[in-house]
Design a protein around this ligand. Structure first.
Ligand code: S3P
Length: 168
């Protein structure tokens, strides 16, 4: 089984990714973490020292490499991964895509706690963070909604995931 977990920053991809990988007995990859290990630099430093375009190219390459060199896995993507270099088509052709889509207030509340790690939102006030999230989410929606499974509840359970994935 090849599972791709996608969604906006703060959607809960890392948390649920680990839960689901454990539940289905799948190797777990966090795309950002694989990139950080490879570059030996934080995501924020890659953005500021090498630029976003460099990061986007790398994330597309690492996504393809992990997908093609492993038989089974759960990959927790970065928030922007599905929106660059035909990644949505690639993931849909190679496995099951799952969009975790909680409401904007839930996303913003979570982002405030880990804002410092994320270069796109590092310097925003709470008001700006809400406006940014609404705008960026609307831009990204056409990509995210190509997912085979969409979970829009703020409260989601392992049972819900299990049922949807087994029926996909
Ligand atoms: C990004 C999301 C981040 C990380 C980078 C860019 C984005 O991952 O890949 O900061 O463009 O939404 P998370 O969604 O895990 O925070």
């Amino acid at each position: 089984m090849k599972l791709f977990l996608i969604g906006f920053m703060g959607a809960g991809k890392s948390y649920w990714g680990k839960q689901l990988a454990g539940h289905f007995g799948l190797p777990y990859f966090d795309l950002d973490e694989v990139i950080v290990e490879r570059e030996d630099m934080s995501v924020a430093d890659i953005f500021s020292e090498k630029g976003e375009e460099y990061f986007r190219t790398l994330e597309g390459e690492v996504l393809r490499e992990l997908t093609l060199s492993n038989d089974a896995f759960l990959i927790s993507c970065g928030g922007g991964t599905p929106c660059f270099s035909d990644a949505m088509d690639f993931m849909n052709a190679n496995g099951i895509t799952i969009w975790l889509n909680p409401s904007v207030p839930v996303i913003v509340e979570r982002l405030q706690r880990k804002q410092y790690k994320r270069p796109l939102i590092q310097d925003l006030s709470q008001e700006d963070l809400t406006a940014f999230t609404e705008k960026k989410l609307a831009e990204r929606q056409p990509f995210y909604e190509q997912s085979q499974i969409i979970i829009s509840d703020d409260e989601v359970s392992l049972e819900t995931f299990d049922k949807l994935i087994r029926n996909a």
